[in-house]
Every structure is written in structure tokens, then in C-alpha cells.
Ligand binder design. Structure first.
Ligand SMILES: [Cu+2]
Length: 423
């Protein structure tokens, strides 16, 4: 379904006259200026899975139209600036404060400040262009607004765009639900010292480290794929495989916000040379790119300047704000090792001392406290755990130990270790 949306979007943009290719368009019947809604963050019915995306994360509008962001789940911001201008890094003070007004003319920096569920933020766009925007809290949460000249026929009406966006959100949440099963299956033990066991607990959920994007012609025929492999050193590799004309060369690149957007290319990829059978493959390493954004990238394959195939990168963005498993039974002397899996967030593993409030404990949020052995009630804190980091704690005394994440306890990120007497 999503690849169809991607193609419809691509066809619409192509048909909008940017490259002079005629294609099916969906003429917007909304009043002008139209108001396009973008959902910010999502969560599953049970609340265990959160998604880190803007929906739709590419919204195509006409100059004069307004985009209205509606916060759905979690804590996010919207920050946008001129094309090519580096915005302040997420988490830095300017990204968390409101800035600007209600009109974006392409040359200012506009910021919503912190948005909580139910809050909205609206901007009218007056200058055509492709604008990337970001969340000031989550480094990999980005979106794009494609502003066409006033009067251009658009790929989606506001109602159609909203409907497509719910599909995007569901894909992210469904992928997160599938990762949950993987998380629970990963709980295992390894031998510890003196006949004890080490229990391996995951904090949050891992995102796919590899992602395949089908490359299709405008008519919808699949001619190849682009495979993104993350977590490599350095950065990410992108392998483009395709079947085309024999003994030919095809250009490939990554575009922002739409296929075939002249001047919007963000990463060139190595050319693909086909053999006598028309089969070719190339691999490009993007050294400075660690993860891919949700849906704002398009891979284009070109013969000369003509786009022969394209694919939208629908990379799912989700997390869980949970420990897996939430309740664990061990024996005195055993060790629990937590490993942080998600790149969207940092978490802590924190046990409060008797009578200690979360507010008191939060003063030490970034500091490891209490060591790696707990012999009874007392304050223990992992410090901030980012993706790939681990923390371990040996429990010597039987009892029930409740722990929490200092950043997300109020969203249900709590766990329990039940320590039984030595077996
Ligand atoms: Cu957390």
C-alpha cells in the first residue's frame, strides 16, 4: 500500500510540471489556501509502541497553503529553516524554544517549541521549494514540506494526505509490534561467576539494520532494488541492483521529498553499469550517515537526465519505552545486564532508595551511581544509556526490586526484578 502511495506521490509531483513528464494527477479540490494536517508521533492502542515520525513526512502543498502539525504521542517539536542552512542540533536549547511567527517565507527559522499531545502548530508557506524540518528532541525524526508554485495541481488533497498518513503510521507501529516478539525471544542467560547466571534484558526495541526499497518504473514495473545497510563502519552502505539495457550506465542518487526533484539531490550514489545481460549493481558508502529518516528519501535511477525508476524509502521509525521483559525472576547472586537497542532515545535503569522521590533521583540522571552490585535497598543509577550501551547489576539479596527510567517512567517505562533465595 505504501509503495503505491509513494508512486502516486511521485507521479503527482512529476505531473506537476517539475520535469515536464505527463502523468496522472489528483487535482486538489480543497479551498485555497488549503490546510494540510501532519500528525506528529504515534502510539499503538496498548501504548507499548511509539512511532517517531511525521505523518505524512512528505507533504506537498501550494504556495499560500498552511501546514498544521498535531502532536499525537510523546514529546516532539517542529523546526524548519532555509534550504541548505544547518539547523541547531536536536537537544540544544534553541531547538526546544518557540521562534518566528505563523508564516514561513523560506528565509527564516521557525520553531514550535516543545509540543505535548493534543497541541498544534501551524505555518503558512509562501515560497516554493523543498524544505526539510526536524524534531528538536529526536535526532532522526525529520520531515519535508514540498511547496509548489500557487495553482499547481497537487498529488493529494488534505483529506487524501491525512488518510495516507494514517497508513504510514500503521506501518511503523506494526513493525514495532513485530520487533516486540523479537525482543522477548532475545531474553536469555549466559554463565556468570561462581555458577551464577547473567540475564540479558533489552531496553527498548531495535530498528531494522537493513532495509530494502523496490525500484519501479513510473508504470509500476519493478526493475531492481536499493538495499540500505546500517551500522557499518563507516556509516551506511547503499547497494543498487537493477536490470536494464545491456552494457549501459545508469546514474543513481537520493532525492529529498520527491522523485526527480532537480536540485534537491542530497546524496549521489555510484553509477550502475550493466553487463551483456542487462544486470548491474553498485554500492556506495555514505560515511556520515548512521540511520535513514522515515519516508522523506527517494532513490532515483536515471539514464541521462531521464528517471527510469524510483523508490520511496519507507523506513519504519518506532520504539517501545519499555524493558523486555518488564518482570524478571532471578536468584540471589545472579546478574541482570540491560542493553539499550533504540537510537531514538536514551534510557536509564534506576532503583530508588527507600523514601527517595523521582525528582530527587533526577538530579543524578546522567551519572552512574551505586556501582554494579546491590546488596539491599539503596539508590542505584545506570546513567544515560544510548543505543548499544549496556549496564549490569548483580543482586545479592533476595527481595523485589522495582526500577524505572528517569526519562520515561511517567510513560510506563518501569520494571521489576524478583530475587529469590539462592537455588
Ligand atoms: Cu527511557
Amino acid at each position: 500500500m505504501l509503495s503505491r502511495i509513494g508512486r502516486a506521490l511521485m507521479a503527482g509531483v512529476l505531473g506537476g510540471g517539475l520535469v515536464g513528464v505527463s502523468a496522472v494527477t489528483f487535482a486538489a479540490s480543497a479551498p485555497s489556501p488549503a490546510v494540510f494536517t501532519v500528525l506528529v508521533g504515534g502510539s499503538s492502542a496498548k501504548g507499548n509502541i511509539s512511532s517517531y515520525n511525521y505523518y505524512p513526512d512528505v507533504v506537498t502543498i501550494d504556495a499560500g497553503d498552511q501546514v498544521r502539525w498535531v502532536e499525537g504521542s510523546g514529546v516532539h517539536t517542529v523546526m524548519i529553516g532555509p534550504i541548505g542552512v544547518q539547523l541547531p542540533p536536536p537537544g540544544s536549547p534553541p531547538t526546544l524554544k518557540p521562534a518566528g511567527g505563523s508564516v514561513f517565507n523560506g528565509s527564516t527559522v521557525e520553531s514550535s517549541g516543545i509540543m505535548l499531545p493534543g497541541q498544534t502548530y501551524a505555518l503558512q508557506f509562501t515560497k516554493p521549494g523543498v524544505y526539510r524540518y526536524q524534531c528538536g528532541v529526536h535526532p532522526d525524526m525529520v520531515g519535508a514540506v514540498v511547496v509548489e508554485p500557487a495553482g499547481t495541481a497537487l498529488p493529494f488533497t488534505p483529506a487524501q494526505a491525512l488518510k495516507a498518513s494514517r497508513g504510514q503510521m500503521q506501518l511503523d507501529l506494526n513493525t514495532g509490534e513485530a520487533a516486540k516478539a523479537q525482543a522477548l525471544a532475545a531474553v536469555h542467560t549466559t554463565p556468570g561467576a561462581n555458577g551464577t547466571l547473567v540475564y540479558h534484558v533489552w531496553t527498548d526495541l531495535p530498528s531494522p539494520s537493513q532495509w530494502t526499497v523496490p525500484l519501479t518504473t513510473q508504470a509500476g514495473t519493478a526493475i531492481g532494488s536499493a538495499v540500505f545497510a546500517m551500522g557499518g563502519t563507516p556509516g551506511m552502505s547503499v547497494s543498487v541492483s537493477l536490470t536494464g539495457h545491456p552494457n549501459s550506465q545508469y546514474r543513481a542518487d537520493i532525492q529529498l521529498g520527491a522523485s526527480s526533484s532537480q536540485g534537491r539531490m542530497i546524496h549521489p550514489l555510484s553509477a550502475v553499469k550493466t553487463n551483456a545481460k542487462g544486470i548491474g549493481q553498485s554500492t556506495t558508502v555514505l560515511a556520515k550517515v548512521a540511520t535513514i529518516p522515515g519516508n522523506i528519501w527517494f532513490v532515483d535511477v536515471k539514464a541521462g537526465n531521464h528517471v527510469v525508476a524510483s523508490g520511496q524509502v519507507n523506513y519504519p521509525q518506532f520504539g517501545s519505552l519499555r524493558y523486555w521483559p518488564g518482570v524478571l525472576k532471578i536468584h540471589a547472586g545472579d546478574t541482570v545486564k540491560w542493553t539499550q537497542n533504540d537510537f531514538h532515545e536514551a534510557h536509564t535503569v534506576t532503583i530508588l532508595a527507600p523514601g527517595q522521590s523521582v525528582l530527587q533521583a533526577e538530579k543524578f540522571i546522567g551519572q552512574a551511581k551505586g556501582g554494579n552490585v546491590i546488596n539491599g535497598p539503596g539508590f542505584v543509577n545506570s546513567g544515560l544509556l544510548w543505543k548499544g550501551m549496556s549496564y549490569q547489576l548483580t543482586f545479592n539479596k533476595p527481595g523485589t526490586y522495582h526500577y524505572l527510567c528517569l526519562l520515561h517512567y511517567n510513560l510506563g517505562m518501569v520494571g521489576t526484578i524478583v530475587v529469590q533465595p539462592k537455588a
